[in-house]
Design a binder for this molecule. Structure first.
Ligand code: 0GY
Length: 291
């Protein structure tokens, strides 16, 4: 584990907000355990272990029913820890994998059988050296055949240069953390408007309204400055939003959030039972458990 790494909260509070029946935590990770599932040699950070069993315990504690586990960059394109978690989830977890351009059809089929339903394209430079567009386009065309979607992760400042490539993607696209807006800028300023335009012009684009703890400049415990951004996306695109805890919160250097308080953030961004049900149940079930 890196010396400046913050481990996840040892005893999250019980949230006051009770999620609707069947709620899905649609963005979280498993790390290792490193002695069983070694971290990738090309990784840019080494985290603490965060096991599947700890994730299931958190799911139950927070009042959720299911998880979508997203492959984190510390495991590179080695999806063994993810697949192990999916296989031991009793069907209550689905996955988003990372693959290389030379992934075989048999490998994709095995991932699908384990419960993977998407691939992640990561453009955040501190995390990865992104594959070139032509390699990503090749992967996109192949996963489209499987009915998978593509999760994209990027910084808001990079969106102008990535916009056309994103527009060319052939299948459902899910944007991590609202495209990481700079929330010290206006919610109706040009930077966030470009992201809203991306969503508005592309009905097959979805957004995760996740990570107030990561985006906030104001900071804990309330992350007030993130509320208008997430609320705008939830209210404008209620059928294309997902929520996730982001447990175990990789690369949080300033503080480690209390996961119970993150759940209490949900009614502030999805203010009616109908919006909450779409965000937490209907939308993730449609995307990940339609079969
Ligand atoms: C997140 C955010 C981060 C890390 C990763 O795959 C990863 O390593 O996604 C980050 O550092 O912003 O969604 O977990």
């Amino acid at each position: 584990m890196d010396p400046d790494w913050l481990p996840f909260h040892p005893a999250p509070s019980k949230p006051a907000f009770v999620p609707p029946q069947g709620a899905v935590d649609a963005h979280c990770h498993v790390f290792g355990p490193g002695d069983e599932f070694p971290f990738a040699p090309e990784r840019k950070y080494t985290p603490c272990d965060a096991s599947k069993d700890a994730l299931w315990a958190l799911r139950d504690h927070l009042g959720f029913s299911r998880n979508v586990i997203v492959q984190a960059t510390c495991h590179g394109a080695d999806n063994r820890a993810l697949v192990d978690a999916l296989r031991h989830s009793n069907g209550l977890a689905r996955g988003v994998a990372t693959v290389k351009r030379d992934v075989t059809d048999a490998e994709l089929a095995a991932l699908h059988a384990a419960g993977v339903r998407g691939v992640r394209f990561n453009f955040v430079k501190r995390l990865v050296d992104a594959l070139p567009f032509d390699a990503l386009a090749g992967i996109a065309a192949r996963v489209e055949q499987l009915g998978w979607h593509i999760v994209i992760y990027f910084e808001a400042a990079e969106l102008p240069g990535l916009y056309d490539f994103f527009s060319s993607l052939p299948t459902t696209v899910v944007v991590d953390h609202m495209g990481r807006p700079d929330v010290s800028r206006p919610v109706d300023g040009p930077e966030f408007e470009l992201f809203v335009k991306l969503m508005a012009e592309h009905p097959h684009f979805w957004s995760k309204v996740t990570c107030p703890e990561r985006l906030s400049v104001a900071g804990p415990p309330d992350y007030d400055d993130v509320v208008p951004f997430a609320r705008r996306i939830v209210e404008t695109f209620p059928d294309r939003v997902l929520w996730g805890s982001d447990w175990p919160h990789p690369n949080m250097k300033s503080h480690m959030p209390d996961d119970g308080k993150l759940v209490d953030f949900i009614p502030r961004i999805a203010s009616t039972p109908e919006l909450q049900r779409k965000l937490l149940v209907d939308n993730p079930m449609r995307l990940y458990w339609s079969d």
